[in-house]
Design a protein around this ligand. Structure first.
Ligand SMILES: [Zn+2]
Length: 210
């Protein structure tokens, strides 16, 4: 998904504007929505401590959901074919991330391990974390986040295998509902040789620490 920027004349939500201080302009109806939510939660949106909260919340949500304005696959467009004969697993382990669940808009915090077995090209290792963040900074469910990261690497690098394992805690479980702090949810998506070949799968999962 891409966002049109700087289209003059339409004040809709897709067209971000910035004030003289470089801060994102928050449309009145967006601030009103946050005010309504504060009131619904039981507080007075007009009291001093909450006066600027609607704008802060609105801007924070733009940041949490920055992934909507980027295509994560661009991070994989620059590849290196000269890999010096390296034909082993490339792994980025325990990458911390934050996302938000699409059911409660509550934080999902955790770590991801991302691995691939190159066929003929590799990417700069930090790019894997950028792909993760591109999908994490949206409203998500952990299962889809895991699958999207794996699919993006699979489609763009065409490696022999991809493995993504995500271990995360859900604010909607720890802070409400059944209130079970400390419980992590683990999801995985294995493609190619990591799915088909038991030895490769065992190897990558043990490198990840599972
Ligand atoms: Zn939730």
């Amino acid at each position: 998904m891409t966002q049109a920027k700087g289209t003059p004349g339409d004040g809709d939500l897709v067209d971000d504007r910035y004030d003289a201080d470089g801060k994102l302009v928050v449309p009145a109806h967006v601030a009103d929505a946050v005010r309504t939510l504060i009131e619904w939660a039981g507080d007075d949106p007009a009291r001093e401590g909450l006066r600027d909260t609607p704008k802060r919340v609105a801007r924070a949500w733009k940041e949490y959901c920055q992934g909507y304005s980027e295509d994560p696959s661009v991070h994989l467009s620059r590849t290196f074919e000269e890999v010096g004969g390296y034909d082993e697993i490339v792994l980025l382990r325990d990458i911390p991330f934050q996302s938000h669940c699409e059911h409660h808009m509550a934080p999902i915090t955790g770590k991801a391990s991302i691995a691939y077995l190159p066929r003929d090209r590799v990417v700069g290792i930090s790019k894997l974390a950028r792909v993760l963040n591109g999908y994490a900074r949206r409203l998500q469910v952990q299962e889809r986040l895991t699958a999207e990261v794996a699919r993006c690497i699979w489609d763009n690098l065409q490696p022999q295998g991809v493995a993504v394992v995500i271990d995360a805690q859900h604010g909607c479980m720890t802070g409400r509902g059944v209130r079970t702090p400390g419980v992590g949810m683990v999801t995985s998506r294995l493609l190619g040789c990591f799915l088909d070949d038991e030895r490769s799968r065992k190897e990558v999962l043990s490198l990840m620490g599972y």
